[in-house]
Design a protein around this ligand. Sequence first.
Ligand code: PLP
Length: 368
Amino acid sequence: MPRPIQALIHPDALKHNLERARASAIDARVFAVVKANAYGHGIERVYEALRGADGFALLDLAEAERVRALGWRGPILLLEGVFEPRDLELCSRLNLWHAVHCEQQIDWLAMHKTHQTHRVFLKLNSGMNRLGFTPQAFRAAWARLDALPQVDEISLMTHFSDADGSRGIAHAVETFESAARDLPGERSVANSAATLRHAQAAGVRADWVRAGILLYGSAPDFPEHDIAHWGLAPTMTLRSKLIGLQQLRGGDTVGYGSSFTAEREMAIGIVACGYADGYPRHCATGTPVLVDGVRTRTVGRVSMDMIAVDLEPVRAAGRDTGIGAEVTLWGEGPHGTRLPIDEVARAAGTIGYELMCALAPRVPVAIA
Ligand SMILES: *Cc1c(COP(=O)(O)O)cnc(C)c1O
């Protein structure tokens, strides 16, 4: 028998979350962002559930090919555009829409020989200072693209630095609005956080939203809001089983470095899950975990293949604490229980995005 660890992908939850994106952005079309192999879920595993989206957005050309290979004939947007001139051949062949964020990409387009005209998303740097034209250079870039026979449609996009936080997006929206004033073309500005938090704000009513993390059941602004607040459902469960039991006496320690010391007698369970599965090693004693649906905590250090969990609350609840008892690291537990990935991420000092993307290849994945 293989190790009992398993990841489950929940198509119904993906569908539900997509509907949630639509409800937040009623007038907009929705790009389902499936970069990073659909945030670690697997593009092929989420495709059926997300094909109700109006388009897919990603940034790896090989991933765009995979989406086309699944039979998708609708829009695919390359969020970072092309990385070298010959990538444009694939854009022509697969009819990919692509961001244009720098002069070099316009130079490449100008030299690109094609009969297939391209739709591009001209990207403004509205303050993030990663990719995009400055407000001063934006209109000249638009005019250059407009003059190219290779380009048949120019849309306008930007990406917010603070949609999930206290600074908000008003300053960036203003920058975008003034740079884009009077320019024709569809607009795309909102990521998940902007879609959920700022969809009502004037100026964010755009033609296309780019929904990523919300589709995958993680709150972009946790811990200010959790998925229950936003009405989202977990799309990935990581579960395993107890493979060992230890009865500790007061003073006994657990794991490498003896970082946890039992104050009194206690039962702990050993779970077949470690950092080589993608469970973060940064999770200290006290990280939430479910055993047979009962919320308890990890104790001691995460090792490569195992973690230890406190079984006392599980015993007190009269639930299964034997070898083989089900352990939920995140996602949906037994008996209708749930442990949001955001809570585990916080215990590791990171965000849900990183945990889902880091699910290790050795973990078998099934579709629920
Ligand atoms: C990743 C990404 C998104 C989606 O972001 P979420 O926070 O996951 O919704 C949107 N736009 C761009 C340009 C991105 O790179």
